[in-house]
Design a protein around this ligand. Structure first.
Ligand code: SDX
Length: 442
């Protein structure tokens, strides 16, 4: 990096990977290296107007243009509509892999061999039962509670049972955490559903596949063997794959931020699930179904679109911070919907969703803002066809995303560049003031 203030000759274009900036307040010139198409924010700190000046910071509310980490887990190209886990295109993974294989890929960096896959799913199945006392927590919730806060709090409660998980340097403890959280997320979700519906808990069954076991814990009634339709099991397994990871989204940024304080992993994952619950994030799939219910019939779609264009409503399930083209996951889900409806019967709300998309794809309000269907627009229709109530959709998203949160958390722990998250601010409050006596206060 060139010493501050020296006036280097202007480099020929393309010869140096750096920015040359001039501070017009002082006339000083600085050279800031460009690495991986980024400039380090700390490199701006040297730019000062005098010895008492703290130096320049970068200002980026909501991190619209900030890379917070280096990651090799997931690659997204928003303009091309590309999504890859560890280099494998999401379309191929959805076509050829199970959710547990995709989870293994995210966490271990490559797809498992048959032996590795058997050991992996065996370890996860063995750790699927939750500590017995967790049922007592669930009993404390009213029958009208939202299952997502139940999921968030029971995930956090696991930290009270697995205290040794706080030893983040112990590789075996980290492995156990991965098995427990991927194994117990469906169990906790199913138990919340059973409690809310006054049904007895159905314990995890090691003999069943991951997603079939989840549906068994959810929907088994008096029959000796509940067997969900294999096409529906596969559809849900693919939805879990599609939702498994997505680079530095809001909830993943949260798990990295909370985890950066070196708190136990259960508390960190509960924080991530809390972020996912928001209607702008993973709660959007529930909001889409409510929106379709509110519209009710196809002939009311134009009026709703008018409200959206008037800024009165958002078209839930549309738009994305990164994808300025079709969300590749939405394309896969839309295709899968037809296969699911062959088994369950067509969900009439699909026609309303298709009409919303048809109008939006031809309307400049949406085109100019690059608003296309995202992962949440069609997923809810499939969840509903699988008999999940809309209130439960964000919990399903959290089950799939658990493996991505874990992969990103593990990567953050082992990244030598990472430290506790502690951004700065632009202070806009009062200057120094003297505390007035109570009688003097306005
Ligand atoms: C997920 O980050 C991830 O990767 C998330 C996720 C993952 O896998 O982790 O992909 C999962 O969260 C998908 C997104 C689910 N959320 C929704 O479907 C909620 C509806 N979508 C929007 O709230 C919005 O599109 C966001 C939150 C998804 C993205 O918002 P941005 O990037 O902050 O964009 P913005 O809000 O600044 O909007 C830009 C413009 C605005 O109009 P103007 O002020 O320029 O006139 O587009 C408009 C917005 O009003 N706009 C919408 C809209 N989304 C954006 N207008 C109507 N309906 C919408 N859905």
């Amino acid at each position: 990096m060139q010493a501050a203030g020296t006036r280097g000759e202007a480099a020929r274009p393309g010869t140096k990977s750096s920015l040359t900036v001039i501070d017009n307040r002082t006339g000083k010139q600085y050279e800031l290296p460009i690495e991986d198409n980024t400039v380090r924010a700390l490199d701006f700190r040297q730019i000062k107007t005098g010895p008492d000046d703290f130096g320049l910071m970068t200002y980026d509310p909501a991190f619209m243009n900030t890379a917070s980490c280096r990651s090799s887990v997931t690659f997204i190209d928003g303009d091309q509509g590309i999504l890859r886990y560890r280099g494998y295109p999401i379309e191929q993974l959805a076509e050829q892999c199970s959710y547990l294989e995709a989870a293994y890929l995210l966490i271990h960096g490559d797809l498992p061999t048959a032996v590795q896959a058997a050991a992996w799913s065996g370890s996860i199945a063995r750790h699927a039962p939750v500590p017995e006392n967790v049922k007592k927590f669930l009993e404390g919730f009213h029958s009208d509670a939202h299952p997502m806060p139940m999921f968030i709090s029971t995930i956090a409660s696991l930290s009270t049972f697995y205290r040794s998980s706080r030893d983040l340097n112990d590789a075996q403890e980290r492995d156990l955490t991965v098995y427990r959280l991927i194994g117990q997320a469906p169990t906790l979700a199913a138990y919340a559903y059973r409690h809310l519906n006054g049904l007895p808990y159905v314990a995890p069954d090691e003999e069943m596949g991951y997603t079939a076991n989840f549906l068994n814990m959810m929907f088994k009634r008096g029959e000796r063997h509940y067997a969900a339709n294999p096409s529906l099991v596969r559809a849900l397994d693919i939805l879990f794959i599609l939702q498994a990871d997505h680079e530095q989204n809001c909830s993943t940024n949260t798990v990295r931020g909370v985890g950066s304080s070196r708190v136990d992993p259960y508390s960190a994952m509960a924080g991530a699930a809390a972020a996912l619950y928001g209607p702008l994030h993973g709660g959007a799939n529930e909001a889409v179904l409510r929106m379709l219910d509110e519209i009710g019939t196809i002939d009311r779609v134009p009026a709703f679109i008018a409200d959206v264009k008037g800024g009165k409503r958002k078209l839930m399930g549309f738009g994305h911070r990164v994808y300025k083209n079709f969300d590749p996951r939405a394309a896969i889900i839309k295709k899968m919907a037809d296969q699911v409806f062959e088994v369950t019967g067509r969900n009439p709300k699909l026609d309303i969703a298709l009409e919303l998309e048809r109008i939006a794809r031809g309307d400049d309000y949406f085109i100019s803002r690059k608003l296309y269907p995202n992962v949440d627009f069609y997923s809810g229709l499939i969840y509903q066809a699988l008999n999940f109530p809309p209130i439960f959709f964000p919990v399903l998203f959290a089950i799939g995303r658990m493996s991505g949160w874990l992969a990103q958390w593990l990567e953050m722990l082992q990244d030598p560049e990472q430290k506790i998250y502690r951004p700065r601010q632009i202070y806009t409050g009062s200057d120094k003031r003297i505390v007035p006596q109570v009688s003097q206060r306005q």
